[in-house]
Ligand binder design. Structure first.
Ligand code: PLP
Length: 367
């Protein structure tokens, strides 16, 4: 059994993907080719965000978004410790300070009730994450940001295609980012990402920042980066974007099957009005470590997203946090376990996953 089934996906779309790749090879436009503009239009239409800018990775997308809202040395950015390191790493990389707030115990997303007490005169932005494919509570977060004149950047690396109150992830805040890392819900065949925004001036600035801050060739307005997406990666995404809506429905079907059949574990809690893309289908149980060994022995792959919250990572030692500072994140990091999830899991595989989990829980006397 495969955790993400990327090979099944390629085999299914092979003709379309190979044709798109061939077009780029024949064009010799390996940078800024026609596929980049086409992808940006496709992404913007898909999620109804006025501007989509393709870039080199989800991490660079966050750095670009932070730069676009002027985050720099000694600024503070409020974010969650229960995420992939890239979220807070991008903040720190710019010389700014990540300020963590804990998560909700049911959705594992950013607890917005805790934001206001962390706002100081140095706070520049709020960077919430839409974890596991479920969009975080952006309406209350946007409201707080507006009250204090802060920027909001949604880290939608896991949630592109997910919906909040009927609207798509990456269209709900002034700035948003996503990742096209191969195993994300919409993945390319290497690194890739995108920044989304609502304002044309900001879109121009981001476009410039990702190409050395240039206004036009060899005339540079900002200190920028080399953070362009390759034309080849864009072409693969153009092919895959056509199938994405259908894949989301299939992922949701798999999740529903798990929801209805798993016993003795906490299954993902999706808030009313939300539709998750299930970047991960993560269950919670105090028996996490034993369960993952049990499943591995039965050739059922699992993963832990994430085993150590960011405030306890060596890289962030200098921030001075300690164990106990974010109890919900700490507890969940010890109990969370992601099960195989993709649009291509067969019925037989779903049944095996469920039998594995339920079999273990029965052996523990939990069910
Ligand atoms: C994957 C991920 C990123 C980073 O994306 P890359 O494309 O790998 O750089 C950032 N934030 C979150 C929440 C992620 O899951």
């Amino acid at each position: 059994m495969d955790f993400t089934n990327l090979q099944s996906q390629y085999q299914l779309y092979k003709t379309q993907i190979n044709a798109e790749i061939q077009k780029v090879l024949d064009s010799s436009s390996y940078i800024n080719g026609e596929s980049i503009a086409r992808l940006e239009r496709g992404l913007s239409e898909f999620c109804s965000s006025p501007f989509a800018i393709a870039c080199s990775s989800g991490t660079d997308a966050i750095i670009l978004a932070l730069l676009a809202c002027g985050v720099g040395r000694d600024d503070e950015v409020i974010t969650t410790p229960f995420t992939f390191i890239a979220t807070a790493e991008a903040i720190a990389f710019l010389g700014a300070k990540p300020v963590f707030v804990d998560i909700f115990e049911d959705t594992y997303n950013f607890n917005y009730h805790l934001i206001e007490e962390k706002i100081t005169p140095k706070t520049k932005a709020i960077l919430p994450v839409s974890l596991y494919g479920q969009v975080c509570d952006l309406y209350p977060i946007n409201q707080i940001a507006q009250k204090y004149g802060l920027c909001v950047i949604e880290d939608g690396a896991q949630s592109f295609g997910g919906k909040y109150q009927g609207k798509y992830s990456c269209s709900l805040s002034p700035l948003a980012t996503t990742s096209f890392f191969p195993s994300k819900p919409l993945g390319c065949y290497g690194d890739g990402g995108a920044v989304f925004c609502q304002d044309e001036g900001l879109a121009h600035k981001i476009k410039s920042l990702l190409s050395h801050g240039q206004k036009r060739r060899y005339i540079h307005q900002y200190i920028g980066m080399n953070a362009r997406m390759d034309s080849l990666q864009a072409s693969i995404l153009c092919a895959k974007l056509k199938f994405f809506k259908d894949e989301i429905l299939k992922r949701q079907e798999v999740a529903k099957y798990y929801d209805n059949h798993l016993q003795g574990v906490i299954t993902p809690f999706i808030q009313e009005g939300n539709e998750s893309v299930y970047a991960q289908y993560s269950i919670c149980t105090p028996y996490r470590d034993e369960l993952s060994v049990y499943l591995k022995e039965r050739e059922i792959p699992t993963a832990v997203h994430y085993p150590m919250p960011l405030h306890l990572q060596e890289a962030f030692e200098y921030l001075g946090y300690k164990e106990g500072d974010f109890p919900v994140s700490e507890k969940i990091s010890k109990q969370i376990l992601s099960l195989p999830m993709s649009a291509f899991i067969t019925q037989e595989e779903r049944e095996r996953v469920v039998e594995g989990v339920n079999g273990f829980m029965t052996s523990r006397g939990v069910v």
